[in-house]
Design a protein around this ligand. Structure first.
Ligand code: NAP
Length: 283
């Protein structure tokens, strides 16, 4: 019988992070009467995006924060969206701004992201945030990669000196993930759709991060015995990017889907909103 791996419980770690964030909200509110506030901005009415933004606001409110819902019609132009984001940027009662991705294709999403002031970019989507993650300069991190590092830390996984293979190079996930692991002194390989010999590269990994967007894409026999497997994927039917059962037979630690990486993304977003509120209040 193969030894069972440690299941990395993202729900539990996220709950702990939310609890420590709740205490910071309480301290800020009683000390300065500032209530940390996240504004979610949604263009159009994609059902998944409606659900995601609602979950983020609900989580804020559950720990004593405020949230603002900005819902704009599908026909919104880039200029109108940028103006709305600038208005939130100028509003002193708003500390974090989340523009739900993806915006409709006629909108220049990058221009809209760049309208978010760096301090309120709690989702870590601006060029400034990306640069900070590569140059290890602090500031807000991309929430999913940041949540993955927090999970690795919560389980005392060794990052320094480990060979980390990140499968996927999207701006919100694979690239910032690589930057954060590099900042922690991992040796990082980034793979993508044109990578040759992917399975053999993954077989060398001490830490595998799957961020592909294809159900059960990373096969069990790609996983080195004893490797740590972090599955960022979330596909139809609550299925991750890793073929869980055979991968779990070889891994030393693995995240389930759901209940692994997902809950950490929201908890990180909320913690970063409180960071922003604390910093803005101290100014
Ligand atoms: P994405 O923008 O579609 O990027 C997917 C990446 O995978 C691309 O870099 C692509 O390479 C690479 N890829 C595609 N096919 C490949 C192949 N055959 N071999 C190797 N690489 C391949 O997706 P994303 O936004 O990063 O999301 C990835 C997954 O994470 C999705 O399942 C998404 O639902 C999930 N996600 C979860 C959370 C969370 O909170 N848990 C948050 C965000 C996303 P190219 O660059 O060459 O095209």
């Amino acid at each position: 019988m193969p030894a069972m791996p440690t299941l990395i419980d993202g729900t539990k770690v996220a709950k702990e992070l939310l609890e420590s964030t709740r205490l910071r909200v309480q301290a800020l509110t009683s000390g300065s009467s500032v209530v940390p506030c996240l504004a979610t901005v949604l263009v159009g009415s994609d059902p998944a995006s409606v659900t995601y933004t609602r979950m983020k606001r609900k989580r804020c409110e559950s720990i004593g924060m405020r949230s603002i819902k900005v819902e704009l019609p599908e026909s919104t132009t880039t200029e109108q969206l940028v103006a709305e984001i600038r208005r939130l940027g100028d509003d002193p009662t708003v500390h974090g701004i989340l523009l739900q991705h993806p915006a409709p294709s006629h909108v220049d999403e990058r221009a809209a992201f760049e309208a978010i002031p760096a301090i309120k970019d709690v989702d870590g989507v601006t060029y400034a945030a990306f640069a900070n993650q590569w140059f290890n300069e602090g500031g807000h991190e991309s929430c999913t990669p940041s949540g993955i590092v927090k999970l690795l830390d919560a389980y005392d996984a060794r990052i320094e000196g480990a060979h980390a293979v990140v499968v996927g190079r999207s701006p919100i996930l694979g690239k910032p993930m690589a930057g954060l692991l590099l900042a922690r002194n991992a040796t990082v390989t980034i793979c993508h759709s044109r990578t040759q010999g992917l399975a053999d590269i993954v077989r060398q990994a001490d830490i595998v991060v799957a961020a592909v967007g294809k159900a059960r894409f990373v096969q069990g026999d790609w996983v080195k015995r004893g490797a740590i497997v972090m599955d960022a994927g979330y596909n139809e039917g609550n299925v991750g990017d890793v073929d869980f059962d055979p991968a779990a037979e070889r891994a030393s630690m693995i995240t389930p889907v759901p209940g692994g990486v997902g809950p950490m993304t929201i908890a990180t977003l909320i913690a970063q909103t409180v960071d922003a509120a604390e910093r803005l209040t101290a100014q």
